[in-house]
Design a protein around this ligand. Structure first.
Ligand SMILES: [Zn+2]
Length: 351
């Protein structure tokens, strides 16, 4: 049943996403998801949505109201669609962890990781520079991007970096500068929002918003790169800065992104992997779906999965909720809140 529910949701969400991109045609995969949903509901003896409007109405309800056992599959209180906003951020995240490879990375960044790892020797330093550039330059002038790409002195890497960005020169009127992260705010429903989730809006209050001046060509990170690389990257850089200020020796993205941060202590090194998910269950499922060998990297001593502080504000006890939802093969993972990092470094223990 779980697998069927998951498949059905994946079809529906993928279909809705494609439909948003091309509203003239109802995608076949959405119809497929609809059929699966009807079958599941009828099987449970529940009323099923007969047509598209009925389906849309159902998708706007929290999944707990659908009449199907979604426990452990999808956040019960979350809908798939939000009126006037489109596919919910929970749904996008659900799709992302199921379709993209390992790291729940945007595919553009995943290509960079693979390229840098595959080089002989691996491009450790160049990877770090590219990754940091992406985090610090959510919107960039064509000039600045070009000069950085040239500096890399690597044609392939330069090309892969270019793919992370898209032109916005012609659309500047649509956008405002996000005061928190610097990416593009867009007006949707009743206000300016940064991405589907508007995490920035919930963290920083907005007053006067500024526009970009139309001087030369301007590019922004593609939405996937913004969501899965840049936003979590801000938290990673903040932790790095805070620890460096305290006198720790820190390396970002060690071993071409095997972890996010390495903190070199006298006796050993502590590795942190920051995971920026909006719901504890989604993060737990991300790990639960991994094969034993894919989780191997978390098995060694001194390795921690870290939840950014702002996620903990929304879901107090986020780390504990994740731990509780892990399946037996993933239960050894050490999931902690950002605030606990200091204690771990001082304690010098591996628990
Ligand atoms: Zn933002």
């Amino acid at each position: 049943m779980r697998e069927e529910l998951r498949d059905c949701l994946l079809n529906l969400i993928e279909g809705l996403k494609r439909w948003e991109e091309n509203p003239n045609e109802v995608p076949a995969i959405l119809r497929k998801g609809h059929k699966k949903l009807v079958k599941l509901l009828l099987h449970e003896g529940k009323k099923a949505p007969v047509d598209l409007p009925a389906l849309i109405a159902l998708l706007q309800l929290p999944v707990s109201k659908w009449g199907l056992p979604f426990e452990g599959v999808y956040p019960l209180e979350a809908p798939v669609l939000v009126p006037n906003l489109g596919v919910s951020h929970h749904a996008l995240e659900f799709l992302a962890i199921h379709e993209s490879a390992e790291e729940a990375q945007a595919k553009e960044v995943w290509a960079i990781v693979q390229y840098c790892r595959g080089a002989e020797p691996p491009l450790e330093e160049k990877y770090r520079r590219v990754r940091t550039f992406l985090i610090r330059n959510p919107v960039v002038s064509a000039m600045k991007l070009m000069s950085f790409r040239t500096e890399l002195q690597d044609v392939e890497l330069s090309k892969l970096l270019g793919v992370c960005y898209e032109e916005i020169t012609e659309d500047l009127d649509r956008y405002r500068i996000c005061p928190r992260c610097g990416w593009t705010l867009e007006y949707r429903r009743d206000g300016w929002r940064c991405g589907a989730d508007d995490l920035c809006g919930s963290l920083v209050s907005r007053k006067e918003l500024e526009k970009w001046e139309p001087t030369g060509n301007l590019l922004r990170l593609k939405p996937g790169v913004y969501r899965y690389t840049m936003l979590p990257g801000l938290a990673e850089l903040e932790v790095e800065e805070a620890l460096t200020t305290k006198g720790y020796k820190v390396t970002l993205f060690p071993q071409v992104d095997r972890y996010d941060l390495a903190i070199h202590l006298g006796s050993h090194t502590v590795y942190l992997d920051m995971k920026d998910f909006s719901h504890p269950l989604t993060l737990a499922n991300y790990f639960n779906r991994m094969q034993v060998y894919e989780l191997e990297k978390y098995r060694e001593d001194h390795i921690y999965v870290v939840i950014p502080q702002y996620r903990n504000k929304v879901y107090p006890g986020f780390a504990r909720l994740v731990s509780n939802a892990l399946l037996p093969h993933a239960r050894y993972l050490r999931v902690i809140n950002e605030k606990e990092i200091q204690a771990i470094l001082e304690g010098g223990t591996n628990e």
